[in-house]
Design a protein around this ligand. Sequence first.
Ligand SMILES: Nc1ncnc2c1ncn2[C@@H]1O[C@H](COP(=O)(O)OP(=O)(O)OP(=O)(O)O)[C@@H](O)[C@H]1O
Ligand SMILES: [Mg+2]
Length: 345
Amino acid sequence: MPAPLTAEAAARPDTPAAPDAPAIECSSLVRIYRTEKLEVQALQGLDLRVEQGEFMALVGASGSGKSTLLGILSGLDAPSAGSVRVAGRELAGLTRKERLVYRRETVGFVWQSPPRNLLPQLTALENVALPQTYTGTGRRARRTRALDLLETMGVDYCRDRTPGQMSGGEQQRVAIAVALANSPAVLLADEPTGELDSDSARTVLAALRIASTEHNVTTLIVTHDEGVSAQVRRTVAIRDGRTATETLRPSAGRDDRRGTDDEAQGEHEAFEYAVIDRSGRLQLPPEFTEPLGIRDLVRLTREPGHIGVWPDRGSSEGAEEQKAASPEGTATAVNAASTTEESEA
Ligand SMILES: Nc1ncnc2c1ncn2[C@@H]1O[C@H](COP(=O)(O)OP(=O)(O)OP(=O)(O)O)[C@@H](O)[C@H]1O
Ligand SMILES: [Mg+2]
């Protein structure tokens, strides 16, 4: 049943997403933090596309810009430049009021620290019911939905407990229920298992999967936890404020998500792709470049079906020596055709 039209809902721009529009689309996203003394470019022209219904991970070294991106996607922060659309809505130009409605209705978020996600004086049931008051949902409907969500997350037994009476993993599962309360299009989680032991981390990951499948929410999880990134179909790596590589695990897709067969899923073969941005820029991962001493400049050669990337040894003989030494024939081979087609598939 549609929620009654509140004043805030009426303020929402009328831009329904096309059925096949991506859930998230960032183009050339820039975020510069300026303080008196220095300027940090946390996002440096980041491109990211996430399809509706995807369950994916975002990884990257500390300081690479992951939380900055999530802050923008969650509507807490605004980009310095570039475009970011979520569920068909451009966020860059939202007014404060529209941003508030967006945060209440279009995105749900789960932060790393369990206490940050829940109000300490409220029970689990009250925490899940609370966001629904902002959308004008009636008291009984709020309670029914809250109970349903707690049950789906496997924490209905915590309904009358306050956060202080729950474990970290239980609090995170209640937090997912809170995030889902207003049926968001997108669920964002910033290191949701970062403070949990491995057993609790597994139950929270399983709960996120359930959120994604049963509630049809596009889910983006920032993680350092290889246990998480090994179990999603697509992992995007950010390096220096840009998307750098993508790892696809074809078998860890939507159809075999059950939350209990995680180890088995992690064994499937993964393919790593480098991301080419709109200007044709490509980041080469250090595990490819360092062994070959590649830095500053590389020489590119056109090869049949792929591109050769050669250390700059100042002469073509250098390239020939490398070619002879490498069984693949190139230092780093980019199969242009398959990379672009498969990463878009
Ligand atoms: N409010 C801020 N003011 C100034 N600089 C900031 C601010 N927030 C983040 N930064 C800087 O922006 C860059 C990206 O930070 P961000 O928090 O997005 O990284 P992260 O990938 O989430 O790292 P971590 O894995 O440690 O959480 C870092 O250099 C950080 O120091
Ligand atoms: Mg962070």
